[in-house]
Design a protein around this ligand. Structure first.
Ligand code: MRU
Length: 337
């Protein structure tokens, strides 16, 4: 099952807001619906929204190919749907360039190539990540993860959870600790759902227990995904990743980031230069209809945080392993196998 795909001129995507209760697919036929799906996190996770951006340009070309101004507006709207994950702009720009050069059918071909590449890259980086972990921490690896960097966040297989799946396939997976990921609970709703689907032994903890899990020696590695990795090796990922990295450093546990090269943004020097999405107060002041805080409470609902490069032990992509804490940088052309 693919999280996102192209079928009969439409974008078909699993509605991640309905999980874990219902597995439902959205059939997206308009740019407005696509932008709404990305903003509401029905389609979420950096690689998945990169593919949504790519398919969105193909959809826009079909809908507005005879109206350049409208086409331009539609493509810009998709690109601006969320600011932090570089994959969205990357997917849009790649297909827009092909559209400008070769037209509507070529744009669809390019978008489908983005989709297929994501599926392939996730498997490759997961294998590399699993191998690196077994070589570095030992034959059985207990993992702590945050948010959801699984099949749902990609076309299939996943990045951080892809590494977990590869470890499992090699008989090298210990236990998995998943933090719930306030306020939208991607860990509790999505990661735990995926771990149950694949039969991986797992335990859910509240975000504020993550440091204690590390301190008690329950895990051998933290493995997370990323929304953007800057030229110096800073990692932007779901809010809560930075505290996890601090706790991992204190506990002497490797902090591993699994992401495709499409998440690496060499044009941005450091995490300080990245726009961190701030989301609506209601996400933290209410749970459905139930109020969690007094009406009108001021909030600062950061969706992401920046983990400085010196706290990142390894970044694993489909092409290489970068070791930022040891001085490695994504913009260094020297590659490790
Ligand atoms: O706000 P979200 O749910 O889109 O945030 C997603 C994350 O932070 C993921 O960890 C990241 O996109 C990597 S997904 C392979």
């Amino acid at each position: 099952m693919r999280t996102i795909d192209w079928r009969d001129g439409r974008i078909v995507a699993i509605d991640q807001t309905r999980l874990p209760h219902e597995v439902e697919f959205l059939e997206i036929e308009t740019i407005e619906a696509l932008v709404a799906a990305i903003r509401s996190l029905a389609i979420r996770g950096a690689p998945a929204i990169g593919v949504a951006g790519a398919l969105g340009v193909a959809l826009a070309a079909r809908l507005h190919g005879d109206d350049p101004a409208e086409l331009h507006r539609a493509v810009d709207a998709v690109r601006a749907a969320r600011p932090t994950a570089v994959n969205l702009a990357w997917g849009v720009d790649r297909v827009r360039a092909r559209l400008d050069a070769d037209g509507t059918e070529a744009a669809l071909t390019e978008a489908l190539a983005v989709l297929e590449e994501d599926a392939r890259c996730c498997r490759e980086l997961s294998e590399r990540g699993a191998r690196w972990l077994v070589e570095t921490v030992g034959p059985t690896v207990a993992v702590q993860t945050h948010c959801n960097a699984g099949a749902l966040a990609t076309v299939e297989w996943g990045t951080a959870l892809g590494v977990v799946r590869s470890l499992q396939q090699h008989g090298a997976l210990g236990h998995v600790y998943a933090s719930e990921t306030r306020p939208l609970l991607q860990g509790a709703r999505l990661t735990v759902w995926e771990l149950a689907q694949i039969g991986a032994p797992h335990t859910l903890v509240v975000d504020s227990a993550a440091a204690s899990v590390l301190a008690q020696g329950l895990v051998d590695a933290v493995v997370v995904g990323a929304d953007r990795i800057t030229a110096n090796g800073d990692v932007i990922n779901k809010v809560g990743t930075y505290p996890l990295a601090l706790a991992a450093a204190r506990a002497g546990v490797p902090m591993v980031v699994a992401a495709p090269e499409s998440t690496v943004d060499l044009a941005t020097p450091s995490g300080r230069d990245v726009t961190i999405e701030v989301r609506a107060p209601e996400e933290i002041t209410a749970l459905g209809a139930a109020a969690l805080a007094p009406r009108g409470t001021e909030t600062l609902n950061y969706a992401f945080d920046v983990t400085p490069a010196d706290l990142v032990t390894a970044i694993v992509t489909e092409r290489r392993v970068i070791l930022p804490a040891a001085g490695g940088r994504p913009d260094d052309p020297t590659e490790r196998p």
